[in-house]
Design a protein around this ligand. Sequence first.
Ligand code: PTJ
Length: 247
Amino acid sequence: MTEIDVPESHPRYESLLIRHRIERGVKAGIASPQGLIAHGRGEAFDYLLGEQTIQSADEAARAAGAQLLLARHPVLSVNGNVASIVPEEFIELASVTGADLEANLFNRTDERIQRIVDHLKAHGAETVKGTAADERIPGLDHERAKVDADGIYDADVVLVPLEDGDRASALAEMGKTEIVIDLNPLSRSPQAAAIPIVDNVIRAVPNITEHARALADADESELQAIVESFDPDDALEDAERTIRTES
Ligand code: PTJ
């Protein structure tokens, strides 16, 4: 048996595992109760995608790996859902790409930020930003605007997993290159992203890591070519078409 007392061969294994992790995250005060609602929305889209990484999402994950390797200062933004579902996978991605981790919350409380920092450290992270909150993203009047001056504020590339859309647009307006993971191709965040990955974080994060590992020895021009040949509109259209026609 596994973490959830269900064998991995169970057809709903992955879905049950994520539900269990989110529920545990809410009970531990890491995820917000609203994270359960956000998760339900994502789950419905995942069902329509066939609970698999479609080809265009795999290409997006490869472009994301290349973009993170090219970055001067990449930062992976962590919210309550991500810290609950994929803490170790996120830490590994940060280590392979040399990115910083920063806790950044929609329903921000200093207590929950600290819990997420402690949780990631318990899973092996050395440093997790997000507690200083000594800068603001211009043009945003909610708590998600609070960022670390030497973290997201300074970053040139930010990976933003599953969240509401206005921070995504505000970060793009600051000139940052954004990679977004979101199961809903119609959501504002993937639409504002340079690299939208329409996939479940539980598959997308290890997939980006795998691509980044495979590209670790590639030279800058090869990485640049991968990023430049990726078309975000094509990726979003392909995901929407898959959802509408193949489910
Ligand atoms: O921890 P906090 O306070 O920062 O809050 C985090 C949530 C997720 C609650 C907050 O950002 C929120 O309310 O987000 P939304 O506006 O509900 O958007 C969540 C998006 O993520 C939706 O488009 C979902 O389809 C998508 N989503 C949900 N679960 C997953 C997902 N995308 C990828 N993988 C998932 N597992």
